[in-house]
Structures are given as structure tokens and as C-alpha cells.
Design a protein around this ligand. Sequence first.
Ligand SMILES: NC(=O)c1ccc[n+]([C@@H]2O[C@H](COP(=O)([O-])OP(=O)(O)OC[C@H]3O[C@@H](n4cnc5c(N)ncnc54)[C@H](OP(=O)(O)O)[C@@H]3O)[C@@H](O)[C@H]2O)c1
Length: 258
Amino acid sequence: MAEQALISADYQPAQDAFDGRVILVTGATGGIGSAVCRRLAAAGATLVILDKDLKALEALYDRIVEDNHPEPAIYPMNLEGATFDNFPEVAQRIREGLGRLDGLLHAAATMGKPAPIELYDMETWYKTLQVNLNAAFMLTQACLPLLRESDQGSILFTSDASGRNGRKAYGGAYAVANAGLEGLMRVLAAELAENTSVCVNTLDPGIVATGLRQKEFPFENPLELTQPQQVAGAFLRLLGPDGRDCHGQALSVEPAQA
Ligand SMILES: NC(=O)c1ccc[n+]([C@@H]2O[C@H](COP(=O)([O-])OP(=O)(O)OC[C@H]3O[C@@H](n4cnc5c(N)ncnc54)[C@H](OP(=O)(O)O)[C@@H]3O)[C@@H](O)[C@H]2O)c1
């Protein structure tokens, strides 16, 4: 397997790096999503936080506002049941409400049910591919016109080693969706390379203590794993002005020490 380029999570953006920038984050209330949102907001970004649980979104909103960071916009949306029309609506509402979009982080995912392909449950297959791959494609497509208008548009797909080496037995639809995200990123990167300043990359956070990880490995001690805040800095680097040197790359996080 080719060596993966590492992005250090020790990255600290300049104080004004995200001032006036609008970033849409899916899976915003998840382990990694919320850690990245809080860092982005602290760096001055105005966030559109999208997830399926309204209460969790409101709790994240409260934390960001209590910390005196720019007020985020809440976008409750269940990606599993979303229809074709719902994705252009997201972009339209961002255009009307905030007037711009500078970054799109895809951090929503469901684990599906790890099982051999031979026995894989068809309904779980469809749902997992819908949330993890199809929704990411549809939202990206809908947001591209806005991102093209930014002088530093960035699209970041959160990926997983299972999507890169393609050899994770029993990874099922989750692993296949991640392989699809890698392919989507590469095709899109080639298309965006000319006449646009939009960067697109994938980032594998490594093993991180989140709800998703807990679902796959319920007997693991989360305190012994890398914590979400230890990977967040790498996401900021790729979503901001210092990520302009990365385009079309499958990157991995080098966790922060603290
Ligand atoms: N944690 C790891 O070790 C690890 C390793 C490699 C890659 N990743 C990637 O990191 C990203 C973030 O995952 P995480 O580890 O932070 O897991 P997480 O805490 O479970 O976050 C995922 C988020 O996506 C949301 N989501 C799930 N289904 C959705 C739907 N139908 N509509 C809208 N939102 C939905 C979840 O909401 P609910 O909580 O309400 O279900 C949750 O807030 C994912 O792309 C994952 O593949 C994680």
C-alpha cells in the first residue's frame, strides 16, 4: 500500500484564519464533528451545523454561543431519509442566510453492521451507502456553486483506512462507502483542478474514541484511545488558508500529543 501523507493535529491556525468564513459540517454533533466545530468556531468561523438529532444540535449551539464564538446556524437533517430536493435546499438556505460558503466537512457516518458480504443485510447496505456515500455526493454537488465563489473553498471527506486498503474483511457497506468516498474525491479533484480554487481531500483520523468506534468495538476502553480533540487540528488545517497546498490527496491524521 502507498504511504499516506500525514497532517499534524498540532496545527494552530492564525488568529484571524477563519474570520468571516462559513463552514458547513455534517455529523456536527458526533465525536469528531463536534470537536472540529468547537475549534473552528474558536478560530472565528461561522458554522452551519448539520446532524439528525435536534437536541444534540441545540446543545452544541449553546456551547459555541456560551464560549462567545460566532453564532452557528442549526440544520437538522436525517441524511438517511433525505430526498434529492433536500440537498439543493441546504445550499439555497445558506446562500440566503449567510451569503457564502467556504468549507464543507463531511463527518456524518453510520457503521452499518459489520458482517461478511455473503450474508450482508440488504436494507443495512442501502441505508449505510445512502448516509455515508450518496448523501455526501448530493450535498457536495449542491454546495459546489457556492464553494466556487469562495477564494478558498475546501471540501473535506472524513475517510477511514478501510476505504483505502480495501481489504477490511467484514467491514461491509461502511468500508465500501469509504472506498467510494476516496473515488469521489479523486474524480472531483481532477475536475476541480482547472479554473477553480476549490480544494478537495480525504482525511483518515485513525482510531478515535467516539460513538461510532464504540459501536464497532463495545468492549474497548475509550480512555485508552486518541480523543476527538487530539485530531481536530488536522481538520482545521485542511479547511482553512493553510490547507491550500493540499488537493486531491488521501491524508491521515498525526494526532496531537496533548
Ligand atoms: N472514530 C473513529 O475511530 C473513526 C475512524 C476512521 C474514520 N472515522 C470517520 O470519522 C467521521 C466521524 O465519525 P465519528 O467517529 O465522530 O462518529 P460519531 O460520533 O458517531 O459521529 C457521526 C455523526 O454522524 C451522525 N449521523 C449518523 N447517521 C446520520 C444520518 N442519517 N443523518 C445525519 N447524521 C447522521 C451521527 O448522529 P447520531 O449520533 O445521532 O447517530 C453522529 O453525530 C466518520 O466519517 C467516520 O467514518 C472515524
